[in-house]
Design a protein around this ligand. Structure first.
Ligand SMILES: [Zn+2]
Length: 330
């Protein structure tokens, strides 16, 4: 039995007459009780003298989109975009900011909506949830490209491509994209708009404008510790300066304080702030002609683009982030 795949179950996790929702294994790795069976008193007595195990949680890294604190607005925007436009969507984050988690979660979400799905990445997935999985960790670029070609010509409707940064492969992916699939490609960059500049150095502008349909961006911000955050009365002046809105009310915001739970930091964990840039026909035209980022920004904001600052504001008003964090990180 490979102990890394299993974790010990202790008798106090089980009650008699309980319906178990996992398989129980003995030390030899054989199933002694099946998921869905009822635990009886005799079994409980017996296992007090035995070591029993259940399989460890899958190493597949995904979470519900709500749990990632992606706002309903952004969830709807990206879901509508991917369901109405086949093509390439970029999942963009700075280094180590959770782009694999977002991509996997989007794929699981679409899988649950009935799409057939595949993932190419360089990590093991123990339980694939019915998603086709291709691990490229040990492959050279030539073999990676072969894998990409195989998956692109397969019948899967949604394909997630993670952990690929060789420009030649990204370029080829844009060339090969068959127009009848939803493709998520993860990219490391510090903003949606910067991504377009970065991409221009890898892929021909006319290909970008033809194939790219959207950019989903996440940045991570420390979350206020809910055990010690302190409410204070702020006035809108402070927010107006940042967000250029026009209000004169007072409102309650939160500051960090520090307690044993958060190690006196005042912050506990991080959350994502997001923006989704839909690559509209107008934006495609600018990309093809000049890829002038200021022109793209103007068009995006004119057509209602909600940037990460606005998402951050919403999360400040919800008491999740402090205004000082906003000032430091955006
Ligand atoms: Zn605290």
């Amino acid at each position: 039995m490979n102990k890394e795949e299993f974790i010990r179950v202790y008798p106090n996790e089980l009650n008699s007459n309980m319906l178990i929702n996992f398989d129980i294994f003995n030390e030899s790795g054989n199933i002694v009780k099946k998921k869905g069976e009822i635990i009886d008193a005799g079994f409980l007595l017996k296992i007090n003298f035995l070591k029993i195990y259940k399989k460890s949680q899958s190493t597949f890294n995904s979470a519900a989109l709500d749990d990632l604190l992606i706002s309903e607005y952004n969830q709807n925007l990206i879901k509508t975009a991917v369901q109405n436009n086949k093509g390439i969507f970029l999942i963009v984050c700075p280094e180590k900011s959770g782009k694999s988690l977002i991509m996997n979660s989007l794929i699981i979400n679409l899988k649950e909506d009935g799409f057939s799905t595949a993932i190419i990445n360089n990590s093991d997935i123990e339980n694939t949830f019915g998603i086709k999985h291709f691990n490229i960790a040990t492959l050279n670029n030539e073999r990676i490209l072969e894998t990409v070609e195989i998956v692109l010509s397969s019948k899967e409707q949604v394909i997630g491509i993670d952990d690929i940064d060789a420009p030649s492969i990204i370029n080829r992916l844009f060339e090969l994209e068959p127009n009848d699939k939803i493709i998520f490609l993860t990219i490391t960059a510090s903003s949606s708009f910067e991504t377009l500049t970065k991409l221009e150095n890898i892929v021909d502008k006319s290909l970008i404008s033809k194939k790219l349909n959207g950019i989903f961006f996440q940045k991570l911000i420390p979350v206020l510790c809910s055990d010690c955050k302190e409410q204070y009365q702020s006035d809108f002046d402070e927010l107006n300066k940042i967000f250029k809105c026009d209000q004169d009310d007072k409102l309650k915001l939160f500051n960090p304080k520090g307690c044993p739970v958060c190690g006196n930091k005042g912050y506990f964990s991080v959350l994502g702030i997001h923006e989704f840039l839909k690559v509209s026909d107008e934006i495609k035209e600018i990309i093809e002609n000049s890829n002038n980022i200021n022109d793209i920004k103007n068009i995006a904001y004119e057509s209602g683009f909600q940037d990460m600052k606005l998402d951050c504001l919403k999360k400040i008003l919800c008491g999740l982030i402090s205004l000082s964090q906003y000032n430091e990180t955006l």
